[in-house]
Design a protein around this ligand. Sequence first.
Ligand SMILES: [Zn+2]
Length: 356
Amino acid sequence: MSKFKHGVASGKLVQEIFEDAKINKYALPAVNVTSSSTVNAVLETAAELNSPIIIQFSNGGCHFFSGKGLNNNNHKATILGGISGAMHVHQLAESYGATVILHTDHCSRKNLPWLDGLISESQKWFNLHAKPLYSSHMIDLSDEPIEDNIKTCVEYLKVLSKIDMTLEIELGITGGEEDGVDNTDIESNKLYTQPQEVAYAYEELIKVSNKFTIAAAFGNVHGVYKPGNVKLTPKILLNSQKFVHEKFSTKNSMPIDFVFHGGSGSSVDEIREAISYGAIKMNIDTDLQWGFTIGTRNYFSSKQDYLKSQIGNPQGDDIPNKKYYDPRVWLREGEITFKERLTKCFTDLNNVNRNR
Ligand SMILES: [Zn+2]
């Protein structure tokens, strides 16, 4: 018996998983996927480690899933790619024995039509299957004044909460560069969220639903940089929890479900500290891109004499090389090293055997 039902989670189960994580001091890796190959590698790892996982598609990841050759006029390719990728996860998650929260990553204001397309598909699913296509979406309007950011997020939360979905919002800006958004030159004070901002967002969102999470900035950046270039201050999360708890006399001493963006390159101590302050989700993209590439790179360099032509290798001039150049062989090598890196991530997040 597993604690959390296998398959794609929605509704109350999502908050129950986050609550379990907070109580038992672990967090879920939120893995950016781009292909059936990476989705399958995530499902395989989550099932082997018997722990819940978040699979997320970015806007660019959705476009890659539908195929870069499909034109994206009116967000068509990113909407179709998001639907196609999500259906792939629904089709397989239960068979693998994985409990999955299915999510989309950063959505800026200009990409809201992409989200609208996916939400409309979730509404159809909800009518047909009594559950949405996605468990949750993220809206990132952190580059706008907080009033505008929260006003829009409240409107979306009203829509999402009717179909058992959760919303992730962002306050303060994650530095660095990801998925074509470059925040490398942002003023440094914007990289640290204030407790008052968290309280304002909490006050407005909780009027609608408790199904929300907050990505707060505490010096985190997207991408991996030389040690010393990133000054993380997870204490910001603790200060915000205390502030909200006291201001609204919440029952829970840590009322906020925090999300840790830009986790790649962080030390285990920093990760565990953030978890102890209520971070229940850590996004991981860059380190897993590297993980996948290592396996394929090692394969190509060790097999180069077998990949020069279709026929002929060091074993003989007439020997066919088909079994070496079949893309399934080198993609699998990438999946294996991706899985190794993801396993380390689950371990760092203290999330092993949590689904018993
Ligand atoms: Zn992010």
